[in-house]
Design a protein around this ligand. Sequence first.
Ligand SMILES: Nc1ncnc2c1ncn2[C@@H]1O[C@H](COP(=O)(O)OP(=O)(O)O)[C@@H](O)[C@H]1O
Ligand SMILES: [Mg+2]
Length: 284
Amino acid sequence: MFRKNGEYTFKIPSAPPDLDSIKREFGEGKRLVGRGVVHLCEAADVTFLALHGGAGEDGRISALLETLGIKHTGSDYASCHLAMDKALSKAMFRQSGIPTPDGDVYNGESLDTIPIPAVVKPVGCGSSVGVSIVERAEDLQKAIDFAAEQNCRVLVERRIVGREFSVGILNGRALPAIEIIPKHGFYDYSNKYQAGATEEICPADLTDEQARNLGEKALSAHNALGLGAYSRLDFILEESTGIFYCLEANALPGMTPASLLPQEAAAVGISYGELCEMIAQAGI
Ligand SMILES: Nc1ncnc2c1ncn2[C@@H]1O[C@H](COP(=O)(O)OP(=O)(O)O)[C@@H](O)[C@H]1O
Ligand SMILES: [Mg+2]
């Protein structure tokens, strides 16, 4: 990030960065953490994890810190892994009676057996990387290949049509839901990170009963995965049935001041600084 006249000039690119080439640039090869980082973490009271996505969120960094006895924020490595693997979390949600779109890992079965419209996604990514909404059977194979490029299993699930929400959990309670309304298309990488591409309304316009129902489902989903002091769960409210379907859990949700969870905290009077302090105090 570069500061010019007090303004940050860094712009998030509209497509995901190639992390391997960035690591090569810094001469770090296949290492997940740079030289000296562990030493710094050992010297700190607590390591504040704000590594949304990838090895930061899927439990690898938490496992490294836990193995070395270094206190960190967020959830333990096993819960992070469950949350990052959309097939495992789906199984846990089902077991706990939390509605989640029908779907399974694609194992090479005949494409004719897959109901359309479908959503195809890598089981272990985030930020909508590799996600496609498929409306025509002839586009399925391309979407499966696209998701598989992320080097992991591919999940194919029923497309839920309706309004989209995200709900943060903080210290055992649900924050007010935020409604996400992309101006064009679905909530893909570009709509997530390009300023102004998506309208975000918090607290969401829901009846008291809907808001309570959504908050309860979010807390159940958080608990089903054994997540820690905070997380964020994504939902779609199916237009035709009024059911909130849980799409996935984020063990380390985005934490810029403009991110969804900080906006939800602000809606109940918790400033960004206070939120960070609460998360740090709850370190494990
Ligand atoms: N089953 C589904 N039905 C409708 N839209 C979906 C479905 N699954 C995902 N999406 C859309 O794709 C976006 C990204 O999917 P999600 O499961 O939240 O993965 P991630 O955010 O980790 O990439 C969602 O925010 C939503 O807009
Ligand atoms: Mg999501």
